[in-house]
Every structure is written in structure tokens, then in C-alpha cells.
Design a protein around this ligand. Structure first.
Ligand code: GDP
Length: 196
């Protein structure tokens, strides 16, 4: 798959407004500031790709990018803005859960976590939803360049160990958008999923 061919398709506030549920898609999720936009921009080699998702008013939307007629990447809204009122947060949580549970073309989830603070509440919520619908999750421990090799590997091992009971569904890797570490591994995973 040539990820540079990614093109913005549309934004949707709810499952009902998503594009036709055909073909295959992989969704990217993470707490805000986890490095999701940077990862998508690095993957697509387009510095503006994920900017749409950050435009005020669009941060609560599900953003779709086409790779081909039958393959899409999906940018799920960042999560964890302190300023968002609780009712907005709860509403978004419902839409997110509905999308994960109902969307037929959704093959798997790329879950991004800062390698220095992995497995926060949001991450655990996503993992438990994915587990309950038997959906594979590939975790990117982001900003790996911020840690030395030893501590970065410790973080990787710790997360793998903790998720061992879910190992049939979950894989974990280190990633750095800055240094492009782990980009090959991510591309291989996406290609596998989107070609299945
Ligand atoms: P998002 O909110 O999840 O989309 O996160 P962003 O991609 O906007 O990244 C949040 C912050 O982390 C920004 O200041 C980025 O420059 C920084 N960042 C993202 N990826 C990396 C990385 O691989 N290495 C380093 N050092 N900083 C990163």
C-alpha cells in the first residue's frame, strides 16, 4: 500500500454520517497529545494530512482518509481535553463506542500512547471495548526518542507483559514520528490488516 496516496475523504459526527460501510478501514485512537497527528503525517508523508482533524470544531469528528477504493484510514478524535464539558465527553464516548461496535469495515485499531505514560484510563477503555468485540489492536508507544534505549525497551516489555492475557488480539511496538522509528513495522501491520 502506498500510504502517500492518502486523501482526506470526509468528517462524520456520528456513525450514521460515516461514509458507506464497505471495504476495510483501520482507525487511529489516542489521548490528545499522544502523537496521533504526527504519526499519521509521518505515515502519509504529508505534514498537513491530520491537520483537518485538529481544526477547531472538527476535533470531535471521525475523519476519514482514502488509500484506495476499498481501503481507508480513520482518525478518531483526540480525547482528554480538560476543557471539554462532561456531557460533551460522554456524548463523544457514546459515538466512539457505537463506531467501534457497529462499523463492519473496521478491521482493527491503532492505539497510540506516549511511551512515558502508557495505559491510562482512556487506553484501558479502548482496549476493553476492542476485546469485547474481538477487534485486533496494535499499540504504538509514541515519542520513543524521548527515552534512552533501555528505558524505552522497558516500557515496551512492561506494556507487553501487562497485556499478555490479550496477546491474541494485541501487539505493541515503539514508535517515533520524529526519528521515524518503527515506521516499517506500522506499515507492515496496516498492510496486513487492509489486505485481509
Ligand atoms: P495528537 O494530539 O495525538 O495528534 O498529538 P500530536 O501529533 O499533535 O503531538 C503532540 C506533541 O507531541 C507535539 O508537540 C508533537 O511535536 C510532539 N510529538 C509527536 N510525536 C513525537 C515524536 O515522535 N517525538 C517527539 N520528540 N515529539 C513528538
Amino acid at each position: 500500500i502506498n500510504f502517500r496516496q492518502a486523501e482526506f475523504l470526509t468528517s462524520a459526527p456520528t456513525l450514521a454520517k460515516c461514509p458507506a460501510d464497505r471495504g476495510l478501514e483501520v482507525a487511529f485512537a489516542g489521548r490528545s497529545n499522544a502523537g496521533k497527528s504526527s504519526a499519521i503525517n509521518t505515515l502519509t508523508e504529508n505534514k498537513r494530512m491530520a491537520r483537518t482533524s485538529k481544526t477547531p470544531g472538527r476535533t470531535q469528528l471521525i475523519n476519514f482518509f482514502t488509500l484506495s477504493d476499498s481501503q481507508r484510514l480513520v482518525d478518531l478524535p483526540g480525547y482528554g481535553f480538560a476543557k471539554v464539558p462532561l456531557e460533551v465527553k460522554e456524548k463523544w464516548q457514546r459515538h466512539l463506542e457505537e463506531y467501534l461496535r457497529e462499523r463492519q469495515s473496521l478491521y482493527g485499531l491503532i492505539l497510540l500512547m506516549d511511551c512515558r505514560h502508557p495505559l491510562q484510563d482512556f487506553d484501558r477503555m479502548m482496549l476493553s471495548w476492542a476485546q469485547s468485540c474481538n477487534m485486533p489492536v496494535h499499540i504504538l508507544l509514541t515519542k520513543a526518542d524521548k527515552l534512552k534505549k533501555g528505558p524505552a525497551n522497558n516500557s515496551l516489555l512492561k506494556v507487553r507483559k501487562e497485556l499478555e492475557p490479550m496477546q491474541d488480539l494485541v501487539s505493541v511496538q515503539l514508535f517515533s514520528a520524529l526519528k521515524r522509528t518503527g515506521l516499517d513495522q506500522l506499515q507492515i501491520k496496516l498492510t496486513q490488516w487492509l489486505s485481509s
